[in-house]
Ligand binder design. Structure first.
Ligand code: ZN
Length: 345
């Protein structure tokens, strides 16, 4: 083994990042954690105007600049209106599976920073009262948030300071098991952000200098499609590090680094994908190559934003994406290993 990955560091960082609320459009606070981590290893950190983070890792050569991106923004919800009965109607941020939100705990954050707790529920929530409690469609039309305060009317809720436009954070329920499974919402894409922070830890501790200057781009607004529409203009090739798909006829598992050959935006750069496959093969890194049927990445956003780059997409295999997700530490470790090989290649 040429280097060792710090399992405790990766898992502790994953827990810290996963538990920190950062729905798309509300990522300023979590970016401070990313800045702290980059600073703790002595890497330069900057932000773009819209709040994405850039960490610079000096390489041996400036002939090209490698970009590695992962997104720290997640799915969530926002208050749409207050009902006469004192509950909240909500609109979705990104594309969570609404059925999985039924009965989930949440936090409502008012614009002046007050936090209230609540629960997402069907509007027919009681089996003893509503004949359609079991069959009612779970979607924002038929769901609402019950606030944990004594509120019986719209006026009561308004008096708490809750307004349309307030963010609602879905409880991620982050759990890391003895057996190495990470169970949580938003492993897409905080599993990959943890992989990139784990990568910084290895590079710093093992004093590894990448072959080329490297920029880690921590994007926000990925879940709404424009995360990396702008990237630093010196980046010549970029790997989006984002969740690998699992299911149906795909071959990826929760232990693999997934290498995506094509997603909804079309094929990724042929030569980069080939290099990644060969590096995985030659270094005994457990991997899978797949086609993602319903997927867009930060590389797609960067290409559509007009950036002249080559692009690829890899990441830890994640089960039940945009629902109650799960992956295993091994998938994250394999992702870090493949990234190190690519940076040294
Ligand atoms: Zn993602």
């Amino acid at each position: 083994m040429k280097y060792c990955i710090n399992r405790d560091y990766v898992l502790n960082t994953a827990k810290k990042i996963l538990e920190f609320d950062s729905p798309t459009g509300f990522c300023f606070d979590i970016m401070k954690i990313i800045e702290e981590i980059a600073g703790s290893f002595g890497y330069k950190f900057e932000t773009t105007r819209k709040g994405c983070g850039i960490i610079t890792i000096p390489g041996e050569s400036n002939e090209k600049v490698i970009g590695l991106s992962a997104h720290v923004d997640t799915l969530g919800a926002m208050v749409r209106s207050i009902t006469n009965g004192g509950t909240l109607k909500f609109t979705l941020l990104g594309g969570p599976i609404p059925a999985t939100m039924d009965s989930e705990y949440c936090k409502i954050r008012t614009r002046d920073g007050k936090i209230y707790t609540g629960t997402f529920l069907s509007t027919s929530p009681a089996v003893h009262v509503y004949p359609d409690s079991k069959d009612k469609k779970r979607d924002p039309e038929n769901m609402e948030v019950r606030i944990d305060e004594k509120v019986l009317s719209k006026k009561d809720v308004e008096e708490l300071g809750i307004c349309p436009g307030d963010f609602i954070f879905i409880d991620p329920k982050t759990t890391i098991t003895e057996s190495g499974f990470i169970k949580s919402r938003f492993i897409d894409d905080k599993g990959s952000v943890s992989a990139l922070m784990g990568l910084l830890e290895v590079l710093n501790r093992e004093k590894i200098t990448p072959k080329y200057n490297t920029k880690i781009f921590i994007s926000t607004y990925e879940e709404v499609g424009h995360g990396s529409s702008y990237i630093p203009q010196d980046i010549t090739e970029m790997i989006a590090v984002d969740m690998g798909c699992i299911g149906d006829d795909l071959s990826c598992t929760e232990y693999d680094v997934s290498i995506c050959a094509k997603d909804s935006g079309g094929p990724y750069d042929y030569n980069m994908v080939t290099t990644l496959v060969n590096l995985a093969k030659n270094n005994n890194i457990r991997y899978a190559v797949d086609i993602y049927p319903m997927y867009g990445s930060d590389v797609g956003a960067a290409l559509r934003g007009g950036n002249d780059i080559r692009g690829a997409l890899i990441g830890p295999g994640v089960h039940a994406s945009h629902g109650m997700e799960r992956t295993h530490y091994e998938a994250i470790e394999n992702t870090i290993k493949l990234l190190i090989e690519y940076l040294m290649y």
